[in-house]
Design a protein around this ligand. Structure first.
Ligand SMILES: NC(=O)c1ccc[n+]([C@@H]2O[C@H](COP(=O)([O-])OP(=O)(O)OC[C@H]3O[C@@H](n4cnc5c(N)ncnc54)[C@H](O)[C@@H]3O)[C@@H](O)[C@H]2O)c1
Length: 357
């Protein structure tokens, strides 16, 4: 099996091999690091459409598309993984409104292809990246997993459908699964090994950090007249390293024969857009130019998780819950992504200086 392993890949453990679709992306790459730290051996399957080759550092990279069932089956046969972590997919909610078919292909059809390949190989444990977008505009806060699912865009609907497919396959065939509903993934690897590399970037914290560092002229604040303490939208930011840890725990549960799980991953605390801007200004010591813009359709005023299920069922703790810590790691990540050396940036830059991970 030809593999595309980065020189010096750290595949050290001798625990179970696991397949990580989308492992070259933001959450997937951080999870590979956590998996390796827990003794698993992650094999990344990614088409690099939105991920970075250099982010795959803890095992082999197999470049391929989820649509390519033959290639996927060959990778599964070559490595004989014991479980799958499925991150790959399209992620921009706004783009899903203008090109829904692409999202149904990438997030529903491709998930079905993966599940078929898994079934043919006798592989029956999967941790799935779901999202708070399955809830839509919430009736109660914080949002429990039992809240009705009324997604307001095709992206959220694709994730709800994928969750339904997993539940049906569990009932029919005993598929073991965990659907983890992330709220707003934030931060970057606290050791500085990895960072966010979305193209285009649409997430508030990296955009705000980029504006503070002069890497973009300003950020838009979409709506200042919401029914929130300061009028701007409130979101639950959860550190990517904490997300990664939850995946390791969920995988351990499935491989240990545990029951299916649907769990929110958030801190249970919300922060407004203005709070994020103020925190970035404090951490960087620089002003963030902001432009007030109209509300965006489909943006609920407040989204905050009730994370009790993950805490009780997985023993999960979001230990990097403080917004300031998330912003600090994000600032370091953005500096590295841009090739900027900073006085407070503990470690050296990557060999090429400006290469993103
Ligand atoms: N980032 C967030 O805030 C957030 C929140 C909720 C849910 N999620 C979900 O978590 C998952 C990971 O998010 P992320 O932020 O790391 O995204 P990402 O775009 O950084 O990572 C996704 C990876 O999947 C790969 N990929 C996409 N389509 C593929 C295909 N057809 N075949 C093979 N590889 C493919 C991309 O190249 C990329 O490396 C996604 O499923 C996303 O919907 C993310």
């Amino acid at each position: 099996m030809p593999s595309d392993t980065r020189d010096g890949a750290r595949w050290t453990g001798n625990g179970p091999v696991v397949l990580v679709t989308g492992g070259a992306g933001f959450v997937g790459s951080h999870t590979c690091k956590a998996l390796a730290g827990a003794g698993f051996r992650p094999v990344v399957y990614d088409n690099l459409s939105n991920g970075a080759r250099q982010a795959v550092q803890w095992g082999p990279l197999e470049v391929g598309d989820l649509d390519d069932a033959e290639r996927l089956a060959a990778v599964v046969a070559a490595y004989a993984p014991k479980g799958v972590l499925h991150f790959a997919g399209r992620i921009e909610a706004g783009a899903s409104v203008t090109d829904p078919a692409a999202f149904y292909d990438a997030n529903v059809a491709a998930t079905l292809t993966l599940l078929r390949v898994m079934r043919a190989a006798g592989l029956d444990a999967i941790v799935f990246s779901s999202t708070a977008a399955v809830y839509g505009d919430p009736d109660v806060l914080p949002i429990p997993e039992t809240h009705p699912l009324h997604p307001v865009n095709p992206y959220g609907r694709t994730k709800r459908m994928a969750e339904e497919i997993l539940a049906d396959l569990h009932t029919a065939e005993g598929l073991r699964y965990a659907a983890l509903r992330y709220f707003n993934a934030a931060g970057a690897d606290p050791d500085g090994d990895l960072w966010e590399t979305h193209q285009p970037e649409t997430h508030l914290i990296p955009l705000t950090v980029q504006a503070a560092l002069g890497l973009r002229p300003e950020i838009a604040v979409f709506g200042t007249d919401y029914d929130t303490p300061d009028g701007t939208c409130v979101r639950d930011y959860v550190h990517v390293a904490d997300l990664a840890q939850a995946h390791v725990l969920a995988l351990g549960r499935l491989l240990g024969g545990g029951a299916p799980l649907v769990a929110n991953l958030g801190t249970g605390r919300g922060h407004s857009v203005r709070e994020v801007v103020a925190t970035v200004e404090r951490v960087t010591g620089r002003p963030v130019p902001t432009r007030i813009a109209p509300r965006r359709p489909g943006d609920p005023p407040t989204l905050v998780a009730a994370p009790d299920t993950a805490i009780a069922e997985l023993g999960w703790r979001p230990i990097h819950a403080a917004l300031e810590a998330q912003v600090r790691d994000s600032v370091r990540g953005e500096r590295r992504r841009a090739g900027l050396q900073a006085p407070d940036d503990g470690g050296p830059l990557s060999a090429s200086g400006s290469a993103p991970p």
